[in-house]
Each structure stands twice: as structure tokens, then as C-alpha cells.
Design a protein around this ligand. Structure first.
Ligand code: MD6
Ligand code: FE
Length: 202
């Protein structure tokens, strides 16, 4: 794994937040539901890119090209994030999905693996904006010991190599730790490569 504290300065965070607000205006945050149980997640989500990660009671975790509520294609991934991927990921193809998670109040995310992608050779790159999130990352078994990181606004975290399938989650958000979002809470953006198709001669 790789941790880049304060990789985005205040100006870059403000610019990125503006781009995220535009995405949300076109593709509103919605409340996803767990597979089978249909239990609502505490985090609200939307996506940018040719593919977006979604989940619902009936069809579970998957990637799809359209917003589950509006039915429209996802907005494009902001250039600032594509540049970040080029600078940090070490992967020679661009991300296909940018999952946008918004944590308000006591939202959290249970320990999970990111394993709905075809290509685990590509890293997953995360960017945090707003209030600090208490991030826990362990190993490839749910029982493995975990390390804790306080992800602050502007921090970049990468799960790659041997840690690509490490279990990780967000225990809680620390309210009042950032002034970036007037409404409070935390955005986390994760950039992913979804398909493993290799295009020759293009
Ligand atoms: C979050 N992050 O920070 C949740 N996944 O809100 C993730 O689930 C995550 O930070 C893959 C790689 C990095 C991450
Ligand atoms: Fe994840």
C-alpha cells in the first residue's frame, strides 16, 4: 500500500470539490442497499466514468454504465483525477470508474475487499476530502490484524500489489476536523480499473 498524506494542497482540494459538486448535480447521491438483505448503507454514493460501482438488494455488487435512479450515463472523470492516477498509480491504462462516497454524521463502512473488478493488477487509488475518516486496513483474511490511518482532506491512499485485496473499512468520521465542506462530512473518491481488456493498435 502507499499513503501520500496531504498530496492535494488546499487549492487542488477546492478545485476537486467543485468538480465533484458538478458530478453530483448531474448524477445525484443515492442510498445503496446491501445484496440480499436490502439493508441501506449509511454512506451515499454516485460515480463518474464509463462504469460505476452500484449495489442493490436484487442484483448485488456490480459495475454498470448508468445511474440506478436517473438511468443516465455517469458523468466523465475530472481531468484532475486522471492526472493524479497517471502520477501515482503506475498503471498504464486510465481508470474506468470513480466511485464517490459521501459520509454524513455517523456514516461508516464495514471491513470489505474491493474485488468486483476483473483486473487486480491495477491498483485502487483513494482521495479524501472534508472531515477526517478513521481508516482501518488489514490483510487478505478478515481475521488479519489491522493498521489504522486517519485519512485527512487531501490525503491519497493506494491499495496495490500484495495489498490490492486487503480488507479495509472506515470506522467513523471525526466531525469538525475540516472546513472544506460547509455542510460537514467526508467525500472519498476511489479510482478503479474495472476491465482487463487490452486494446491493440489503438
Ligand atoms: C473510504 N475507502 O475511504 C473507503 N477502497 O471511505 C475504500 O473503500 C478504499 O480507501 C480501496 C482502496 C482504497 C480505499
Ligand atoms: Fe474499498
Amino acid at each position: 500500500m502507499q499513503y501520500y498524506p496531504q498530496h492535494l494542497d488546499a487549492a487542488a482540494q477546492t478545485a476537486l470539490l467543485g468538480a465533484i459538486r458538478e458530478i453530483i448535480a448531474a448524477a445525484p447521491l443515492y442510498t445503496p442497499a446491501m445484496p440480499r438483505s436490502g439493508k441501506p448503507m449509511s454512506v451515499r454514493m454516485t460515480n463518474a466514468g464509463p462504469l460505476g460501482w452500484v449495489t442493490d438488494k436484487e442484483h448485488g455488487y456490480r459495475y454498470q454504465a448508468t445511474h440506478p435512479v436517473t438511468g443516465r450515463p455517469w458523468p466523465t472523470i475530472p481531468p484532475l483525477l486522471l492526472d493524479l492516477w497517471d502520477g501515482v498509480s503506475g498503471y498504464p491504462h486510465p481508470p474506468e470508474a470513480c466511485l464517490i462516497n459521501y459520509y454524513a454524521g455517523d456514516a461508516k463502512m464495514g471491513l470489505h475487499q474491493d474485488r468486483d473488478e476483473e483486473d487486480f493488477a491495477a491498483p485502487v487509488l483513494s482521495v479524501s476530502l472534508g472531515d477526517t475518516g478513521v481508516f482501518r486496513v488489514g490483510g487478505k483474511s478478515r481475521k488479519d490484524p489491522t493498521q489504522k490511518f486517519e485519512l485527512k482532506s487531501g490525503d491519497v491512499f493506494v491499495l496495490d500489489g500484495d495489498d490490492r485485496l486487503a480488507f479495509h473499512g472506515i470506522d467513523r468520521i471525526l466531525p469538525g476536523t475540516s472546513n472544506l465542506l460547509p455542510e460537514g462530512g467526508r467525500f472519498n473518491l476511489t479510482l478503479r480499473r474495472v476491465t482487463s481488456r487490452i486494446y491493440l493498435n489503438s
